[in-house]
Design a protein around this ligand. Structure first.
Ligand SMILES: C[S@@+](CC[C@H](N)C(=O)[O-])C[C@H]1O[C@@H](n2cnc3c(N)ncnc32)[C@H](O)[C@@H]1O
Length: 270
């Protein structure tokens, strides 16, 4: 299947979701230097720290599990600009990755090509994966399913395409009553995204997440992102967030801050 041949899944929100991520591929908001040519080596290296080092638990997850899945078939759901795809590929994992956004797919392909690496890139929906049952050894996804409009369906699709005994890493499911949830709800200002919020962002309680993974033989949850990271947005709310909220919130001792952790990563075995 070519990069743009698959039609998006017919859900209420898929069209809006696709339009948003084509207009705002994740990562492009971090190009502070407009002179950098999009897709160049300098461009990717300029953006990379904001997409990888900023989330050390993701780097660690891939460093730890990359060697385990060397030579195995991985499906990545929602590659965005492909920084995680690149890290997995550097470990010799055999990756097929999908995304709804052609712009993101094109950037991801370039991101790997600059390191002489490749993957299979497809335009497809997480809610209608164009793969046979039990095709993959491992499925990885970061920050995607809660933006689709139907997270439970996305998780069922992941389960379907996994081989028995296969592993799913579903990272950065947004958590209800986290510090970010409270800021978004009461601040009424997109903080995480520079150019307005995605059309769908769902937040879940931990028991709701466990329930969505009930079909798996094993499911472990880890809470992450319990420190506030400055926003790229402008305006008085963003300034207040950067100058007042972040420094004060980040003084909270770790055990307390973890209670308000923002993201959940699930490692589930089918
Ligand atoms: C927050 S970004 C995360 C990108 C990447 N995983 C990362 O961490 O850099 C969300 C991505 O999910 C993709 N996406 C959203 N809904 C999707 C769907 N139904 N099917 C496939 N991709 C989808 C978007 O196009 C976007 O690239």
């Amino acid at each position: 299947m070519s990069a743009s041949s698959a039609p998006p899944a017919k859900t209420d929100k898929t069209g809006d979701v696709q339009k948003y991520w084509n207009e705002n591929p994740l990562g492009t908001q971090f190009r502070a230097d407009e002179s950098l040519e999009v897709g160049s080596e300098a461009y990717f290296e300029h953006i990379r720290p904001r997409m990888t080092e900023r989330f050390p638990w993701i780097v660690k997850l891939i460093q730890t599990n990359g060697p385990v899945f060397k030579g195995k078939d991985m499906l990545e759901v929602g590659c965005g600009m492909g920084f995680d795809t690149l890290m997995w590929a550097q470990h010799g994992v055999n990756i097929t990755t999908i995304d709804l956004s052609d712009k993101s797919l094109a950037l991801a392909r370039k991101n790997l090509a600059r390191k002489n690496l490749s993957a299979t890139f497809l335009n497809a929906s997480a809610l209608d994966l164009p793969f046979a049952d039990e095709q993959f050894d491992v499925v990885y996804s970061r920050g995607v399913l809660h933006h689709t409009g139907d997270t439970p369906r996305g998780i069922r699709e992941v389960h379907r395409v996994l081989k028995p005994g296969g592993t799913a890493f579903i990272c950065h499911i947004y958590r209800r009553y986290s510090w970010m949830y409270l800021i978004s709800k009461f601040g009424r200002e997109p903080i995480e995204f520079k150019d307005g919020d995605p059309p769908v962002t769902d937040f879940f309680l931990q028991p709701e997440v466990r329930e969505m993974f009930a079909d798996y033989a094993r499911c472990d949850l880890e809470l992450q992102h319990y420190r506030a990271i400055p926003t790229m947005r402008a305006g008085w709310k963003a300034t207040l967030y950067n100058k007042a909220f972040c420094p004060v919130f980040n003084l909270i001792p770790t055990p307390l801050a973890k209670l308000l952790a923002y993201k959940i990563t699930v490692r589930a075995v089918k």
